[in-house]
Ligand binder design. Structure first.
Ligand SMILES: O=C(O)CCC(=O)C(=O)O
Ligand SMILES: [Fe+2]
Length: 124
């Protein structure tokens, strides 16, 4: 199974992924292959961490190629994100300054999710 180009919506995603390739990360206009390695966990920065870090960390666009090679592909993703839609989320105050202006407004989790991912937190 492949996955179309996307950024992860939450705070971080931890991916356990072995042997078969297929994960690609966008760098400029190029798609770079992530190199599979046994026992390695991939930690993706999600859209909410980009907001919380006031843009210090970027949620990278990535995709997964279907059937990238002869080995069956198995990956396990765990998504970390807050659950209460009405909670406020925004840049951590220490990361906002005269040199590093506020890039995102404080808003509810549901609203921030919609702005950063383009769809409703309930998947609508
Ligand atoms: O399977 C992978 O290597 C990555 C999966 C992924 O991008 C995701 O679950 O959001
Ligand atoms: Fe992803």
């Amino acid at each position: 199974m492949g996955l179309k180009s996307h950024t992860d919506t939450g705070v971080i995603t931890v991916v356990l992924w072995e042997q078969a390739g297929g994960l690609q990360v966008k760098h400029g206009e190029a798609w770079l292959d992530a190199t599979p390695s046994s026992g390695v966990l991939i930690v993706n920065i999600g859209n909410l961490l980009q907001v919380m870090s006031n843009g210090e960390y970027k949620s990278a666009e990535h995709r997964v190629l279907a059937n990238p090679g002869p080995i069956p592909r198995l990956s396990v993703s765990v998504f970390y994100y807050p659950l209460v839609c009405d909670d406020q989320i925004g840049p951590i105050p220490e990361l906002v300054s005269a040199e590093k202006l506020l890039l995102f407004n404080n808003s509810t989790l549901a609203n921030t999710w919609k702005i950063t991912s383009g769809h409703d937190i309930r998947g609508i």
